[in-house]
Ligand binder design. Sequence first.
Ligand SMILES: *Cc1c(COP(=O)(O)O)cnc(C)c1O
Length: 389
Amino acid sequence: MIAIEKANRLKQLPPYLFAELDRKKAEVEARGIDVIDLGVGDPDQPTPQNIIDKLTEAAQNPGHHRYPSYSGLNDFREAVSRWYKKRAGVDLDPLKEVVSLIGSKEGIAHIPLAFINPGDVVLVPSPAYPVYKISTLFAGGTPYEMPLLKENDFLPDLDAIRGDMLAKAKMMFLNYPNNPTAGLATEDFFKRVVAFADKHNILICHDFAYSEMAFDGYNPPSFLETPGAMEVGMEFHSLSKTYNMTGWRIGFAAGNGEIISGLGQIKSNIDSGIFEAIQVAGIEAMREDAAWLDKMQSLYAERRDVLMVGLQKMGIQARSPKATFYVWAEVPKGYDSSGFAGHLLENAGIVSTPGNGFGDPGEGYFRMALTVSKERIQEAVDRMAEVGF
Ligand SMILES: *Cc1c(COP(=O)(O)O)cnc(C)c1O
């Protein structure tokens, strides 16, 4: 038996805070309790039939059975470029300013490898999708956390970034509409980000995963439509959340050509692109059936309203989200995040995500995902009211 020792890269990872919750969930389920899972942000609805039909048809074509191109089918990248023009009024050169991704997580995980050297600082929001910080660590960079606080509408305070860190900062991750806080970026905020990036020479990577998951007529701005954004940054995008395609693994990056080419260079040395039939199905998805999107948005809005009414009745503080399918709520007095999530699971059979799992400033919050039916959400609300806290 040889000595198998994991690399420092893995040893430095923060402890997996959800492991304890996963274990508890299995334990509660084993007791025969019907668990309501509001933990993961994975759409419960199926992928639209026209997209599935396209995949089936394209899979029959032997032309699609060989290695795909590294950066994506030209037709796919042209579809992305058309989508940006229509959605955000942004002109993109499909061959130089767009690259396909095996889901946006893949691109987020790889981009620091293209631009970060050991010692470079990456500005990451906190609480946040964990991959920004971990991909920074994997590249040998130093993550510097920008707290997202309620008093700042869950936007980072750029003036509060420590000077010594700012001097070493080379990249910044942002994500709006935001997971987990449901915070929104204003056009004015994006303008300040562009000016900040320009002044301090920082590359901006904006994660736009929830661009279409918005309600009440709200239309989230793309970072790329901000004047000057194409000179300083790029945007990650995904078909996962918008078209109920999380299992398909398809997304893309768009923006500044040099940034896109750096990411593409890393990718061409690691993966070999996306199965072309899936890209053909992705083109079909991006043709954007407005009626279908409307239906999805109303479905989430209805669920949100059921949950918000219930939480309000119980005296739990939360802002009604205008985008994303998450409710970011404050834990009631007498609990911390883990304690409250544990209480809900143990006594009400409800899985939620403790806010501190997304970073220290998330302490004092819990996140609920609107990815079960409104009847199940009502049931969760009723159970919470019954067990009390
Ligand atoms: C879901 C999610 C992703 C990953 O999406 P994929 O395209 O499926 O990899 C990226 N960022 C955020 C904030 C997410 O919530």
